[in-house]
Ligand binder design. Sequence first.
Ligand code: G3H
Ligand code: 13P
Ligand code: ZN
Length: 333
Amino acid sequence: MVSYKDLGLVNTREMFAKAIKGGYAIPAFNFNNMEQLQAIIKAAAEEKSPVILQVSKGARNYANATLLRYMAEGAVEYAKELGWEHPQIVLHLDHGDSFELCKDCVDNGFSSVMIDGSHLPYEENVELTKKVCEYAHKYDVTVEGELGVLAGVEDEVSSDHHTYTDPEEVVDFVTRTGVDSLAISIGTSHGAYKFTPEQCTRDPKTGRLVPPPLAFDVLEGVEAKIPGFPIVLHGSSSVPQEYVDIINENGGKLPNAIGIPEEELRKAAKMDVCKINIDSDSRLAMTAAVRKVFNEKPAEFDPRKYLGPARDEMEKLYKHKIINVLGSDGKAE
Ligand code: G3H
Ligand code: 13P
Ligand code: ZN
């Protein structure tokens, strides 16, 4: 058993409570490799922002679970070296799909886990989430559950299709499971294609796609049922068009990629949304920077010469999110 406390990590309980009171959200950035981790820690340390290092099942398979744990431990030390005296860093399992995976993470230094039973029938979701909470809480590890299914691009973004979270279910779910935070579905989705062009309108001046708004009425409905309870938004990349353009101008092909406008995320962060998940934007920043180097300097073959600019671009992106979207800068002095 490796306790996260021995690695210098913290769970989400206190940081979520503060975020809700303070009207900001904690960034949850996914990482799979050293450059992403360096950029996340540098941004968080320099901006003194609490941060959630998010690891998916795929990331664990890609990078190796043991190595990732030591990387997180190293991240705490790196943060201190950067002058962040009391780093507030969470190591979180993203989209855990079984009790066994969540248990393995609790046993191996994670301070927070998500059990994603959102695709299961309601009662099975309750049962599985409760089982994970009972185990994780013995070790003071916090648990995120999910209710409602995130819309895929193939779905209509409409509550008529029952993809949004049903506010009528949330009290029963959080009470019976004992979950510490709840991911909900209000129109966000994973990846760089969050809406089809048919679901969007077009800005007449720029010709760019304009996405339909998030379902703030659903968020308000949830908040009315469980006021002050920590809410999580997945699928919250904004798919910056400047990165899409750089990728497309340098040999890539991402037609009609579109995300969630940052103003909407800022609005959600001021409400009871206290964790905002961002992965795709970092992938886009990295890809744009690497493609640009490859295109402009075809003779370059030192990975530091293309991963270095990628790391710088990600750090810029993370700082922008922390300061201008989540409002978490200066909240972990
Ligand atoms: O929600 C999914 C995250 O973006 C992680 O993606 O499973 O490809 O690592 P992944
Ligand atoms: P994006 O694909 O919008 O970055 O969402 C990431 C996410 O929700 C990770 O769980
Ligand atoms: Zn997600």
